[in-house]
Write a protein that binds this ligand. Sequence first.
Ligand code: NAP
Length: 544
Amino acid sequence: MPATSSNSATNTPDYEVIIIGAGVCGIYLSYKMRELGFNFTVLEAGDDLGGTWYWNRYPGARFDSESYTYGYSFSKELLDEWSWSEHFAGQAETEQYLHYVAKKFDLRQHMQFNSKVKSATFNESSSYWTLLTEDGRTLTTQYLLTAIGMLSAATMPKIAGVETFQGQSFHTYNWPKERINLEGKKVAVIGTGATGVQLISEIADKVADLTVFQRRPNWCAPLHNSPIDNDAQTKIKASYDEIFARCKKTPGGFIHGPDRREYSEVPEKDRLEFWEQLYSSPGFGVWLGNFRDVLMDETANAEYTQFIAGKIRERVKDPATANKLIPTDHGFGSRRVPLETRYYEAYNRDNVHLVDINETPIEQVTPKGITTSKTDYEFDIIIYATGFDAITGAFDRIDIIGESGQSLRDKWRDGPITFLGLQTTGFPNLVTLAGPQSASVSTNFPRGIEESVDWTANLLKHMRDNDYKSIRPSLDAEREWTEHVKSMYEGGLASTTKSWFTGYNSNVEGHDILRYMVYFGGALKYRERLAEIVESNYQGFELK
Ligand code: NAP
């Protein structure tokens, strides 16, 4: 039963815990809260659960981490029961999986859908949070746990006339639930990040005509997806312990970890053989399984980058188009690498056209299509694959007001400041799962999130067992962590490139500065730090 007001007679809040978001993180949080017997609810903006896998219904949306490394690891029964059909499952299957999990563990009863949170305000005298939903309901809680997604605040480009277009148009994140008929249509895609790349590859041979508007190309590499046959299925199910143990050992929480050799230690011929092998293997090995200095050392990176550029030239027939698809502003791997299925081959088709908007900028969207400095294009459908106000964007869209009336949006205006990416001073009893500066946002998401959720669940149990009512980080702990996060950006090539890792988004005012958004120290270091905090009886936090 959805609560509508706090229980002022007994001065207790409606809930001990409110979770915002019923995606991958919120689902596991609700499992843990139920296990611990907390009085809790989940507020979800969508009309069903699934988060990322509910919203991103665009054609081609699928995992780029192996399906069996993405599923939850907490239940042996679940692992035995669920069979992934492909090595990299698509959106529909993943959504079904999350539905299956919620049903199996009877979690829907705790979820309130169509419940978009408008504001959350901390009350200093009671230490409770008061939430207001967009449909006017008020709910109170002792602890507020956000599971609002790291890539859930979709951003549209600032182009004149977007609202005047008379055909169909949508951002990939808001892809309609009903089937969109692409057959015979003239389609435009703006954006060539991981989303655009998946979408373009998938629809190139289904539409009559596809025009891709590209600002900066990305370094993409083959996904090499395939079905999981019965033998492989049996092997996967028998080796889940080893699979998750392997993920625990790698900095990214994937099954792919760096090769411990330095690039310069290996003779050129062997290097090339190794790179060929990476390029023809499934998944992120091509990015994360490389010599350990390829993402750190400019010379090593430049040589690998040339190797990948060669692959693009081999795959794209027209040399001028190939040149446009080869990034010149950053080396391979310094932005997140989109994994693709015949992406480059799409540009060999007569019905696919690449427009470099640096050469011919988009001037406006018109009722009939898009006008660049050179051409008036007409389209039936315009698709915006223009990305997200990453990680902090979802927080900024809620009015989160902490002690002394301070807004979180203001506090994080020039970049997030946190302790462990889980809490921030001035906002007691708020735990930001998958928050900025946590490892969950830079690693294989479910692996990272399971650890943060377990840690948070243990924390709340500890608070309850010891009759504490509020938790906040100390200023020193927050300062130290934020400095540590910054220091992890030093030396890595990723910090030199504009992307959501570094907090840039040209479509959001004020986001044209370097912001320290993710924890680059890796999952192992992060895990150790979380464990140390517990061992030291929550040093760095003030529990009252
Ligand atoms: P993105 O990587 O931020 O890419 C957005 C694209 O839109 C970029 O090509 C960008 O160009 C372009 N763009 C933005 N504003 C524009 C404007 N005003 N005019 C023209 N072009 C504009 O976003 P995304 O592709 O949605 O991916 C975000 C993240 O989601 C990925 O990095 C990944 O972590 C995740 N993801 C994962 C999967 C998966 O396989 N599991 C699939 C999709 C996405 P610039 O590069 O020049 O800014």
